[in-house]
Write a protein of this length. Structure first.
Lengths: 300, 316
């Protein structure tokens, strides 16, 4: 009887701790409208980036000087810029740069941060002290300023902006992974694995890493929004993506500001695109935290 | 408390030294050296002139010597000259620092004035429409790029009110009215961005505190809502808010870079961006180091204040 009840228990009736991560996430997305909104925004961004060539009505670099600074119309829903390029097509193609830079920067930064955090937390001692002081030193320099300094050394480009953002991500990430490793290490199963004579690498890969993936993924999703924002800021300052490549930050700074009073659509649409993308990832980070953070899960 | 202060001070020194190594190293990994890059861009400079400039700037010395000289210059508050304008860096900084301090302080005050009332409203009206609006405002503050918000604010102020903030910088003592007009919009843009995290923190800590036993006891005693929220709950809820405000100093300093560039305020941020664009590396390395030093010092002060407020921290 009790088994039958347990089997037939609905999703909401089951204890949160019994749910898999995917189920917990789906539960929160279904329950909270903001979770659903974040999933929709990210879905839209990914879809736009993948099918940019199909979705964009014009080539992003095709200029029609006779139509320069044309206001939004059926032909050009987001208007045209100072040399007659279709703003909608450029915004659609800009999603590729933002998503690409965001994903790669966060991927590289998270990977490096995870390795440092795992080494630091697992071995502790001098290695931990040295690595964490270096991370503190990197964190002492505000993210955007560090990224600016790195790009100034490497010369401005999309790839270098991406590398600079990855460096900015590493210290915070390593600190979170280190904390998670330190607490996971206290579990009896890790001590048991050590007592059985498992190699360190095996203990880290098989027993510790799977238990610290939740904080890693939560922080990565939050960083995706920040990475998009930093890339846009760098491009806005002329130190990220270079013209004529369509990047949202660059569109805002190059033509958006110069023609703002004459043609406000040049600044409104790229800015809106950045905001929606960042909003999507920020909300998704919150949703992941609601679903996977044990403290929040217990609170329901 | 003394032991705690000494321990924190000792930890801050290696962090600052490592930060200085990172900044110095960054400026030296550039292919060739900074001067070659600079001259390649301006062109038309003979090898002899280049050698002379390199010698004048000490770039012909071994790296460790250059680093030690630079470190000494930083400690003795004499970081040298700008390559581009020839102006002594302390003179440039003396003009730029007050602008950034005024912007940062006014943004922080405006940020707190927005964040705390909205955070309280959100927490006391949990899951009501006003809570959703408050949370939406907070998440928008985190998502709207400040350069976009700044551009929109300038443009719409010009289109709707026919008003643009006066250009340049006039000090508060010289003309308070002009100064207010120059700083109102940039401080509001930066303050709005800063308010987001503080608002979220105020909401979540106040929600926790409102569920504490002593608050329930106060309700049971028949204490009024206003008294419970402001006298009993908010005071305790604000302690973690101090940390989040401290943690935002980095965002604040980075924010000034963008906001100063948009509103043409001649502060540290704009000076740094211009130095980067002109490859004026002595200014870049001095400014970045100064920002790192300020951040470490302010964070230290925040931690010490926090430890003073909450004795459990200093005994950990």
């Amino acid at each position: 009887m009790s088994t039958a009840t347990a089997d037939s228990a609905t999703f909401e009736e089951r204890m949160p701790d019994q749910l898999s991560r995917g189920q917990a996430l789906w539960g929160v997305i279904k329950r909270k409208p903001l979770g659903l909104a974040s999933a929709a925004l990210i879905g839209l961004l990914v879809f736009t980036a993948i099918f940019a060539n199909v979705l964009a009505p014009y080539h992003p670099l095709a200029a029609y000087p006779e139509k320069r600074l044309a206001p939004p119309s059926w032909e050009h829903p987001f208007g045209t810029d100072d040399i007659g390029r279709d703003v909608l097509s450029r915004v659609i193609h800009g999603s590729r740069i933002s998503l690409w830079v965001g994903l790669l920067a966060v991927g590289i930064g998270t990977f490096a941060g995870t390795i440092i955090g795992l080494l630091s937390g697992y071995w502790e001692g001098w290695l931990d002290l040295g690595l964490q002081r270096a991370m503190d030193a990197l964190m002492a320099i505000p993210g955007l300023i560090l990224a600016l300094a790195i790009v100034s050394v490497l010369t401005p480009s999309t790839t270098n902006a991406m590398l600079a953002i990855a460096v900015v991500i590493v210290p915070g990430n390593s600190r979170i992974v280190r904390g998670a490793v330190l607490s996971t290490k206290q579990n009896p199963y890790v001590e048991a694995a050590q007592a059985l004579g498992c190699r360190h690498l095996r203990i880290i890969a098989k027993h510790i890493l799977p238990n610290v993936t939740a904080p890693i993924l939560i922080i990565a999703s939050i960083w995706l929004g920040n990475a998009i924002l930093i890339e846009a800021s760098l491009s806005f300052l002329g130190l990220g993506t270079q013209p004529p490549t369509p990047s949202w930050g660059l569109m805002l700074s190059s033509t958006g500001r110069a023609f703002m009073e004459q043609a406000p659509w040049l600044a409104i649409f790229p800015g809106l695109a950045i905001s929606l993308a960042v909003l999507g990832f920020n909300l998704f980070g919150d949703t992941l935290r609601d679903a996977w953070d044990p403290k929040l899960r217990r609170r329901g | 408390m003394h032991k705690y202060i000494i321990r924190r001070l000792l930890l801050a020194i290696p962090v600052l030294l490592l930060a200085s190594l990172i900044v110095f190293g960054l400026m030296r990994v550039m292919p060739g050296d900074a001067l070659t890059a600079l001259m390649a861009e301006s062109g038309n400079v003979s090898e002899r002139e280049l050698q002379k400039l390199r010698k004048d700037l000490g770039l012909d010395l071994p790296y460790y010597e250059q680093y030690l000289i630079w470190l000494w210059q930083m400690v003795s508050l004499d970081p040298g000259y700008s390559i581009f304008t020839g102006e002594p860096i302390p003179v440039a900084l003396k003009k730029a620092i007050p602008v950034t301090i005024e912007l940062a302080l006014s943004a922080m005050i405006l940020g707190l004035l927005i964040a705390i009332p909205v955070g309280v409203l959100s927490a006391t009206r949990q899951d009501k429409p006003s809570d959703y609006v408050g949370r939406l405002v907070a998440i928008s503050g985190l998502s709207l790029p400040d350069f976009w918000l700044g551009t929109l604010v300038i443009t719409f102020a010009a289109i709707w009110f026919g008003w643009i903030p006066p250009l340049g910088y006039v000090s508060l003592w010289e003309s308070p009215w002009t100064n207010l007009q120059q700083f109102l919009l940039p401080a509001a843009v930066l303050g709005f961005r800063l308010s987001a995290a503080t608002m979220r923190m105020t909401r979540s800590t106040l929600l926790e505190v409102l569920r504490e036993d002593y608050v329930r006891t106060a309700w049971a005693k028949g204490v009024g809502e206003r008294m419970i929220i402001y006298k009993h709950a908010l005071k305790n809820a604000l302690i973690p808010v101090v940390t989040i405000v401290g943690g935002q100093l980095g965002t604040l300093l980075a924010g000034t870079v963008i906001v100063e560039t948009i509103f043409a305020l001649p502060g540290m941020g704009r000076l740094t961006v211009e130095a980067i664009l002109f490859r004026d590396y002595p200014i870049v390395q001095t400014n970045v180091m100064l920002v790192a030093g300020t951040l470490v010092t302010l964070n230290l002060l925040v931690d010490l204040t926090y430890a003073w407020l909450d004795p459990r921290i200093r005994y950990q």
